[in-house]
Write a protein that binds this ligand. Structure first.
Ligand code: GAR
Length: 215
C-alpha cells in the first residue's frame, strides 16, 4: 500500500491577534506552503490566534504561562514541550509569541524554532520595534525572520524585508505596513524551510533569497 507522504508539521505559538498565523494558514490552503498546522498554542486565553485556529478546525490550546511576566516558568515550559511533542511537530513557529523561550525548550527544538520580529535586526530588538525605529528617526523599517537561539532576537537571520518610513508616518501606520510585509514574508520562509531549501552555517544561511524591499 502506498502511504501519503508525511507533511511537515508546524506548531504555532502566539499571544495576539494572529494575523501572521492567518497568512500562514491561508498560504498552506492555497498550496504555497507544503506543511500542515499540527497545533496552535497560546499563553493568552482570549488571543485571536486561538479563535482563528478553531475557526479553521485546527487543534488550538491555551496553556498558562506560569508565574513570570516575560517568560514561561519550568512547569509551563514542560507543558508546551509536551504538547508540541505529542503533535509531532517538525518546526515551532513563533507568530507574535510574547514570551522568551529558554534552555530546555530550545535544546529540545534546537535549530527548529523560527520567529518573526518587526524590525530589521540587529536594530531594534525587544518590544514595539516598529515604534522604536520611528522614534529613532530611521528611514527604513521592516521585519526579520530568524531562527531562535538563547539570546533575545539574536538568532541566525533567514530573511528580511525593508519597509520605507514615510513622512507623516505614525506608529500605527508604520506598524500596519510592517505587518503587511510580515504576512507576505513569513509564509514564504516557512515554505522554504518545509521544502528543505535553507542551509544554516553558523550565523549564515543560504538557499533562499526573497525580495528584500517593499516600497
Ligand atoms: C507581529 O508583528 C510580530 O512581528 C510581533 O508580534 C506581532 C504579532 O502579530 N512579534 C514580536 O514583536 C516578537 N518580539 P499577529 O498576532 O497579528 O501575528
Amino acid at each position: 500500500m502506498v502511504h501519503a507522504q508525511r507533511r511537515f508539521r508546524l506548531g504555532v505559538l502566539g499571544s495576539g491577534k494572529g494575523s501572521n498565523f492567518v497568512a500562514i494558514a491561508d498560504a498552506i490552503q492555497a498550496g504555497r506552503v507544503p506543511a500542515e498546522v499540527a497545533v496552535v498554542l497560546s499563553d493568552v486565553e482570549s488571543a485571536g490566534i486561538l479563535q482563528h485556529a478553531r475557526q479553521r478546525g485546527l487543534a488550538a490550546q491555551y496553556l498558562p504561562p506560569g508565574r513570570f511576566r516575560t517568560k514561561l516558568d519550568e512547569v509551563a515550559e514542560a507543558s508546551y514541550l509536551q504538547a508540541l511533542r505529542e503533535a509531532e511537530v517538525d518546526l515551532v513557529v513563533l507568530a507574535g509569541f510574547m514570551r522568551i523561550l529558554k534552555g530546555e525548550f530550545l535544546r529540545a527544538f534546537e535549530g527548529r524554532v523560527v520567529n518573526i520580529h518587526p524590525s530589521l535586526l540587529p536594530s531594534f530588538p525587544g518590544l514595539e520595534a516598529w515604534r522604536q525605529a520611528l522614534d529613532y528617526g530611521a528611514k527604513v523599517a521592516g521585519c526579520t525572520v530568524h531562527l531562535v537561539d538563547q539570546g533575545i532576537d539574536t538568532g541566525p537571520i533567514l530573511a528580511q524585508r525593508a519597509v520605507a518610513v514615510r513622512d507623516g508616518d505614525t506608529a500605527a501606520s508604520l506598524h500596519e505596513r510592517v505587518q503587511e510585509a510580515e504576512r507576505d514574508l513569513y509564509p514564504q520562509v516557512i515554505g522554504a524551510l518545509a521544502r528543505g531549501e535553507i542551509q544554516v552555517h553558523g550565523r549564515l544561511t543560504r538557499g533562499f533569497r526573497p525580495p528584500a524591499v517593499t516600497e
